[in-house]
Design a protein around this ligand. Structure first.
Ligand SMILES: [Zn+2]
Length: 71
């Protein structure tokens, strides 16, 4: 059973979560349009409350579509 449905990238530098404003640890998704970053919890929250769209540009995030269609 894999949870790798979202294309997370390793956070090898200090990156802030655009949703929580806190530092991201581990893996995250970066918006290709506005470069906002979201950790796994924020991605889940965006899926639930914002149709999986980026808070910064309201565009679809890479990986989110896959994540929502997995269910
Ligand atoms: Zn964006």
């Amino acid at each position: 059973m894999t949870t790798k449905s979202i294309a997370f990238k390793p956070a090898n530098e200090s990156v802030l979560d655009a949703f929580t404003g806190g530092p991201l640890a581990g893996e995250f998704v970066r918006c290709t349009k506005c470069q906002c970053c979201y950790g796994a919890e924020s991605v889940a929250a965006l899926n639930e409350h914002n149709q999986g769209l980026c808070m910064g540009c309201n565009g679809p995030l890479p990986g989110i579509e896959k994540a929502t269609t997995q269910y």
